[in-house]
Design a protein around this ligand. Structure first.
Ligand SMILES: Cc1cc2nc3c(=O)[nH]c(=O)nc-3n(C[C@H](O)[C@H](O)[C@H](O)COP(=O)(O)OP(=O)(O)OC[C@H]3O[C@@H](n4cnc5c(N)ncnc54)[C@H](O)[C@@H]3O)c2cc1C
Length: 252
């Protein structure tokens, strides 16, 4: 069940030159949050729509979000400080199915934060493959090192970890660990498309979290309509954001 709550900001800090971390006292929103779910945050009085941000971590009734500034809403959010309050709706969406003994969690860019909560929710063995554009955008690596058995990092420009894309890490991890029960991924669509292709080739079930543009967050508008492989459309907000990779139409 999703709740709307005015949540006090416990901590707010820049994480990288591009990303911010906010920890909220979120009560039952935090306590009920599952892996891969998100919250919808009212960002400023002038903006009609809330902004969807994934749940990065939960500690009791405290909930952490990590976000990059993209436009007006996230710019407003980045200026908030401890002691202020946010209007939060959540937890929303269908998250990851964590069934399986050995999971590979794959995050790309701002798709990395939800994989931390996913790692902490999983009861089984977890490995992580994280991709960033460059070293100055890398985040949460030490937290993943605590939550996962192995953590591999890649960057587009080679300034941190392996020089290359994260799908290369998926292939290497699968060979090294003798396969996985499932691959769970979040990141930009081209990255998800590549990870889904590698997973299909290796015959490993794959789930992807689609961070589409979103309007209402509860399935009442069509802003986040996602084309599926059968030619129909589904709402990323209420049917997703997590889908089985083979459900997604990757042509768009
Ligand atoms: C389920 C879900 C979870 C998300 N989790 C996170 C998260 O944990 N951290 C984070 O930083 N961001 C996350 N996002 C993306 C975040 O919601 C957008 O960056 C934010 O809504 C932009 O709002 P704005 O007002 O700052 O920018 P706007 O003024 O609305 O847009 C600025 C620019 O960003 C682009 N944009 C807006 N929304 C998206 C989007 N969803 N994907 C790609 N480009 C977009 C616009 O096309 C435009 O070019 C998530 C999105 C979804 C749907």
């Amino acid at each position: 069940m999703s709740l709307q709550k005015i949540c006090e900001i416990i901590a707010a800090e820049p994480l990288t030159p591009h990303a911010y971390s906010i920890t909220l006292e979120a009560g039952r929103i935090a306590e009920e949050a599952r892996a891969g779910q998100f919250v919808h945050i009212r960002c400023g009085d002038g903006l009609l729509l809330r902004r969807p941000i994934s749940i990065c971590d939960v500690n009791g009734s405290r909930l952490r979000i990590v976000f990059e500034v993209r436009g007006e809403g996230t710019r407003w959010l980045a200026l908030r400080g401890a002691g202020e309050a946010l209007d939060v709706l959540g937890p929303l969406g269908h998250g990851f199915d964590l069934t399986g003994e050995k999971l590979l969690l794959v995050g790309g860019g701002i798709g990395v934060p939800p994989m931390l909560h996913t790692a902490n929710c999983s009861g089984g063995e977890v490995h992580a493959a994280l991709g960033f554009r460059s070293a100055d955008r890398a985040m949460l690596i030490s937290e993943f090192q605590q939550a996962a058995k192995t953590v591999a990092v890649a960057s587009d420009d080679g300034s941190i970890g392996v020089h290359g894309y994260v799908d290369g890490l998926v292939r290497e991890a699968a060979a090294r660990e003798n396969g996985f029960s499932a691959i769970l991924a979040c990141g930009p669509k081209p990255m998800l498309r590549s990870v889904a292709a590698v997973a299909a080739e290796l015959q490993i079930p794959c789930q992807v979290s689609m961070e589409e543009r979103m309007g209402c967050g509860v399935g009442a508008c069509l802003v986040c309509a996602c084309k599926t492989a059968d030619g129909h459309y589904r709402h990323a907000c209420k049917d997703g954001p997590v889908f089985r990779a083979e459900e997604v139409c990757w042509d768009d």
